[in-house]
Design a protein around this ligand. Structure first.
Ligand SMILES: Cc1ncc(COP(=O)(O)O)c(C=O)c1O
Length: 384
């Protein structure tokens, strides 16, 4: 097993999330190196795409350089452009919004719902206008969005549904995997994700035409078939992934069930150790959903817990425990306000999450004894 910061382990520090490279990564990367295929051709790219698409249960996987460009590519394939609006959750990572901005369209924000922290479907319809072309369902921290309601609204208003599945490898909604619930989806394989390629991403879809468009735009709009002539009918992007990254990805997908099981187990341990402590809220797992707990995310109620989220972060840091604040709502992002997004509105759940949320260490290589130690410090911080 390769852990990226075995030094940190030795000095008792626990990072918030580090990759676990527990399979054939080294063998495959060395094989790719030896073969000489180190850029965007080579057997590992197609093998990685096939393996991951099959895991998600979709027809096509188009591997790319990262999760942000996977979303941009998916939106481009859907034909989203300047003058359009795309509904996104207010509580998300900035890449969801930026990907919409890259197309020239405007992201329109909807507040989160308090149990899963995902987009609140009951607040979507009031944001639909004649310019709305799509809804981006971002599955936050491992929990699927309430897709039936989102799909119903999209059908009623003739909207496309794109899933931002960056954080939910293996999560399920009514027995189907996230990434197989809308028209098209984007995954991230950044180093902190449940399966990683270091840097990397993938678009997945069941739609042949969308898949072909993604392959076309991914590679500077070189023609997909026939002679490679240097005439380009559209403005494309270089969003290709390298064979070396895909080699890591294939090895990760081969062990993905193990990584998902480890994330779920981590969450079970945290809940057990912290079950008696008031003022800590975990993300819920709703009936019919499988949460993969990409992050063990908690919300602190200062009065009930006895210490604020910020103070808790400092106390954990002093003991070598790394944590992160939650995302800050999109309506508060200066970049998006400058871009012309609407900042007014009621985003009280997103604000509550941003002010009180903390991710605890969550990597797949975390041990029960590490979780026990972290929980002990949390309990002590609360003065109990
Ligand atoms: C919800 C969400 N969308 C998109 C991304 C972007 O992925 P990447 O960092 O691979 O570009 C992330 C990354 O963490 C994310 O959490």
């Amino acid at each position: 097993m390769i852990r990226s910061n075995s030094g940190a382990e030795m000095n008792n520090n626990i990072p918030v999330c580090e990759p676990l490279l527990g399979g054939r990564e080294r063998e495959y990367v060395l094989d790719a190196l030896d073969s000489g295929w180190i850029s965007s051709s080579g057997k590992y790219i197609a093998a990685f795409e096939r393996a991951f698409a099959s895991y998600i249960g979709v027809k096509h996987g188009i591997a790319v350089a990262n999760g942000t460009v996977a979303l941009h590519l998916a939106l481009t394939a859907l034909g989203i452009k300047k003058g359009d609006e795309v509904i996104i959750p207010d509580f998300t990572m900035i890449a969801s919004a930026f990907a919409v901005c890259y197309t020239g369209a405007k992201p329109v924000f909807v507040d989160a719902e308090a149990r899963t922290w995902n987009i609140d479907p009951s607040k979507i319809e009031e944001k639909v206008t004649t310019k709305t072309k799509a809804i981006m369902a971002v599955h936050i921290y491992g929990h699927p969005c309430e897709m039936n309601s989102i799909l119903e609204i999209s059908k009623k208003h003739d909207l496309k549904v794109i899933e931002d599945a960056a954080e939910v490898h293996g999560a399920e909604y009514l027995g189907k995997k996230c990434g197989n619930l809308g028209d098209i989806a984007g995954f991230s394989f950044f180093a902190n994700k449940i399966a990683t390629t270091g840097e990397g991403g993938m678009v997945v879809t069941n739609d042949d035409e969308l898949a072909e468009k993604c392959r076309y735009f991914r590679n500077l709009c070189f023609p997909i078939k026939g002679e490679r002539v240097h005439l380009h009918n559209d403005i494309g992007f270089n969003y290709r992934i390298s064979n070396l990254h895909a080699a890591i990805g294939l090895a990760q997908v081969q062990k993905i069930d193990f990584y998902v099981a480890r994330r779920r187990e981590n969450n079970r341990f945290y809940r057990e150790y912290l079950s008696e402590i008031p003022g800590i809220t975990f993300q819920q797992e709703l009936a019919g959903s499988k949460n993969v707990y990409w992050m063990n995310a908690i919300v602190i109620d200062r009065d009930a817990f006895g210490t604020s989220r910020n103070e808790l972060k400092v106390k954990l840091k002093k003991e070598g425990i790394d944590t992160r604040y939650f995302f800050c709502g999109m309506h508060r992002q200066p970049s998006l306000v400058k871009y012309g997004c609407q900042r007014k509105g009621n985003y009280e759940v997103a604000d509550w999450l941003a002010e009180n949320g903390l991710y605890l260490p969550s990597g797949s290589g975390l041990s029960e004894s590490e979780i026990e130690r972290i929980s002990g410090i949390i309990i002590k911080s609360a003065g109990r």
